[in-house]
Design a protein around this ligand. Structure first.
Ligand SMILES: *[C@@H]1O[C@H](CO)[C@@H](O)[C@H](O)[C@H]1NC(C)=O
Ligand SMILES: *[C@@H]1O[C@H](CO)[C@@H](O)[C@H](O)[C@H]1NC(C)=O
Ligand SMILES: *[C@@H]1O[C@H](CO)[C@@H](O)[C@H](O)[C@H]1NC(C)=O
Ligand SMILES: *[C@@H]1O[C@H](CO)[C@@H](O)[C@H](O)[C@H]1NC(C)=O
Ligand SMILES: *[C@@H]1O[C@H](CO)[C@@H](O)[C@H](O)[C@H]1NC(C)=O
Length: 296
């Protein structure tokens, strides 16, 4: 209950402060972020199911797969369905394909969040980012496409510092904090698709057939197991609680990604810059806290 109240408070504060970016720009940003979050979830599920039967079922009718629960969280069934259909069409190497798609979606989500984090005069901030990004950390620690991120913030701009294209492929995030947070997020979203405790239990029993593949797509399967294999009496997660989890975890992941991407973890000057530059009010964006307490 406490969580739900907090989530509502965030929403209200967000609406009251949303001055800098237009409603239209915010809606478009939100749609891009949710689209990429949906793609990530779709590929995480498709890449970690070893039997393709459920993926095929989801491709036929995504509404029946997640019981429509994911749509209720603002995720996009059509994007999830598309991931399922591409995965079933290319039966071999679905984990390898999934990893590439997850990396692409994670990169684009980070870009969409960051492009909209600065209110209506973002250019000086893009310049700072372009010049302060640690492209090695983005590639090696975050397993994001550093070239694509550099291009978004540096290319075709007067300060077009050369960004660095990745020299080698890193597919699974090496930062432990993000690895665990991403695993918890997946575990919650996946178990939220169960409509009864019995169904959750069946998913728990299927877990052992998924665990190996989950590790391959960058998910800690022990975390997933601990969320699915709970007592029969444990109530299913409510929609508002799942929404709250999705928002807070996405925010934590974004903050950690950004801190590592600009080497701000132990740098007070950079943390101050982040505190002062990231707009507090531009909400409705997954990955933005109501108050920018993340860096302040
Ligand atoms: C993902 O984000 C990018 C912007 O970084 C956007 O162009 C793209 O449309 C988004 N993908 C989806 C499926 O919404
Ligand atoms: C998809 O599944 C839902 C829920 O089970 C059902 O109501 C709907 O008719 C199905 N749609 C198609 C095209 O089979
Ligand atoms: C399929 O996966 C295997 C093992 O990961 C890899 O060696 C092979 O190159 C992949 N093939 C394609 C076409 O990606
Ligand atoms: C950039 O990140 C790499 C990988 O984490 C790290 O080894 C390096 O020290 C960082 N560079 C700077 C200037 O902090
Ligand atoms: C945001 O920060 C202000 C000032 O620090 C505080 O009064 C307010 O309660 C915070 N709001 C939320 C939703 O945390």
């Amino acid at each position: 209950m406490k969580f739900i109240t907090f989530a509502t408070a965030c929403l209200v504060v967000g609406l009251a402060h949303s001055a800098a970016l237009s409603e239209k720009a915010l809606a478009s940003a939100h749609s891009q972020i949710m689209g990429n979050a949906s793609s990530m979830l779709g590929w995480q599920v498709a890449g970690s199911l070893q039997s393709l039967a459920p993926v095929d079922q989801g491709c036929q009718n995504i509404t029946s797969f997640g019981h429509g629960h994911w749509a209720a969280l603002g995720l996009k069934p059509a994007v999830i369905e598309q991931a399922f259909c591409v995965a079933t069409a290319r039966v071999t190497n679905s984990s390898a394909l999934a990893l590439n798609q997850i990396k692409l979606a994670a990169t684009d989500m980070f870009i969409a969040q960051l492009l909209h984090a600065f209110g209506d005069d973002p250019e000086p901030n893009y310049k700072w980012l372009c010049q302060n990004f640690n492209y090695t950390a983005i590639n090696d620690d975050l397993a994001l496409n550093s070239g694509r991120i550099g291009q978004a913030f540096c290319a075709n701009r007067p300060y077009a510092t050369a960004w660095v294209d990745p020299s080698h492929e890193v597919l699974v995030v090496t930062d432990n904090y993000i690895y665990n947070m991403a695993s918890i997020l997946f575990a919650d979203l996946y178990s939220f698709s169960a409509s009864t405790p019995t169904e959750r239990w069946v998913m728990c029993e299927q877990y052992q057939y998924m665990s190996q593949a989950q590790l391959q797509v960058g998910i800690n399967s022990a975390v997933v197991r601990s969320h699915l294999c709970v007592d029969h009496d444990a109530p299913l997660m409510t929609q508002s609680y799942s929404q709250f989890i999705m928002t807070t975890i996405s925010t934590s992941i974004f903050a950690r990604q950004l801190s590592l991407a600009v080497n701000a973890i132990n740098d007070d000057e950079k943390r101050t810059w982040l505190c002062e530059s990231i707009q507090h009010g531009d909400l409705g964006l997954l990955g933005m806290a109501a108050n920018n307490t993340l860096f302040c």
